[in-house]
Design a protein. Sequence first.
Length: 648
Amino acid sequence: MNKKIRIYLFSFLAVLATLLSIVVNQNQTDHSKEIIELREKINTQIGQLKEYLEQQRPVFKNSNGPRWQKAQPQAPFYIHYYRNDSLISWSHNDMPVSRFIDIHFPSEGIVHLQNGWYYSQIIRNGKELICGSFLIKRDYPYENDALKNAFANSFNLSLEASSSLEQIKGYEIRDIQNKFLFSIIPNNTQNLSELAQQLYLILLITAFGLWLILFFTLYKSIKNRIRYLIPVALLGVKIVFVYYSIIHFTIGLSAFDPSLYGTNKWFPNYFEYLTNIALIIFLLRIINLEIKKSANNMISIWAVLLSIAPFWIFIQNMTKGLVENSSIPLSINQIFTINIYSILALLSIGGLTHSYYLTLKTLTKKLFDAKRKFVHVIIVLIVLHSLSLFAVGFSIDSVIMVLLIVCFTVLTAYQSLNSNKNLALGLAITTLFFAVVFISNMLNLFNIDREQTNRELYANQLSTEENVTTELEYAKVADKVKKDPILTLLIPSGTNMSHSEFEEGLERRIFNGFWERYEMNFHIYNSLGESILGGENSSHEDAAELNEIILTHGRPSEIDTHIYYIKDNFEQYSYVIRQEIVVADSINNLLFITLRSKKIPEEIGFPRLLISSKADVLESLENYSIAKYHNEKLVINYGDFTYPSSFD
């Protein structure tokens, strides 16, 4: 194809892709059409509310109030009937209003209550009034899976926005009489569907890649040194844009979210990572082109060879960042969760490796053209790559890595020396195969390291269960515990209550809800340290043991000194509570409550193993590195199970 035609073609495609990305972004930031539709729906609902209230006027003729005395959730609007400033009847229970008239409700127009924005209208008859309302948008103080600050279903607005009674900014919503009601202020970032985000990312990367192809085509067509301005300008612009964070996007795209990928200032998000890699590939192709055009200047060739020698360290850092500093699935264990981000990540590493392969092949060809011996070239290349890899640490894995790179380097150099075209394709595939194995091996090693690190982190979280909320919750129920009738009356009277009945009763009456996150055990002893529960084989030593745990391993809470945090997770206790129970005859009983956390992060995912020997334990420690010694007792945690073993 003619160079001019190629330039025109890539110019057209680059501009087209850019315009498409701008149009998509504009469609996501221009919400005028949705706002107009919302305004029409609200005005329609206002008209329907007015008609519905007129139908309720006969209520005033009945001196006993409305005909409906109970909530009617099927009613189309929220209806509240007031008499003498007091709420008498209402149709729904999910609109939080006071029993008495206040400055906020009932009122006409937009009213902002504690759980949302409503529109209300009123009809009056002396000291009686009926207020009709409908929901516009939920507005909870916080959100979770059940509570969402979204517009009412009848309005079906996909826009994520806040509401305001000010007219200063945002989109104004007015009624039929053009009276201002409220403003809608769109969020700076609008969340798109996952598919839309991925398609938009592909569009952006395609546009960026087409521009690079266009600039590369222009670079090849320019004969004088002015062409050097192209890569220098692109590199300079890229550095300025990344360093000063000039590019900002208003749509909610995961590729710009550091939680998806973020390593440092130069690789702050996944989009910048992809564009940086694309630019590096572009520069490698230019270097390759310049080497082919240049004369056999050995100083320049060796300089370039030395400059690209740390390539495999760079690849190692890139793959490490993709695994450790991102939520992109790149493990074979996550094969069914692999998405477009995973594919683009692998393609980026593959494209980078292929560009390096072409550059190395051109360099070695130049060396052979300059009559350098094959053995000498191979030795130099192996030494350079070996030093660059061993610089990051020596291990069996690094030796394997070096062997793979040696095979890659030798085959690349051999292709430069060999002129047999029949072997060219097979050699190229074999060479790149070693690079693929190298990259796959690195991804696997980094995924294993990440998994083990996460498991250790989650295991540490299990053993560090200090939680101020737990201490506050106990402070709230402490008085209930002291005054509990079972503890203060039935137990001292000698009632033969079983241990299980005692625990079930306390959990049912007091320790429910929040406390379900703990495995709780209850023990009660008299002043002599003897259990006063029927059928329990507790002794003085049991109470003494719990006291010893508190004394040796506990730290009293600053909120309530009866609850003790177990600092070293001894016996897997998170907390131990020691509460005195004073009965009518002034005899003190001691109630002990032990708390073990039920929180087992699913990310740990340990298999259930049977441990029968010391060798099994040592193997388990080597594999998972999760163990704690408590008074010469070895405790190993696997998922929901705990395996204690002791050895001489």
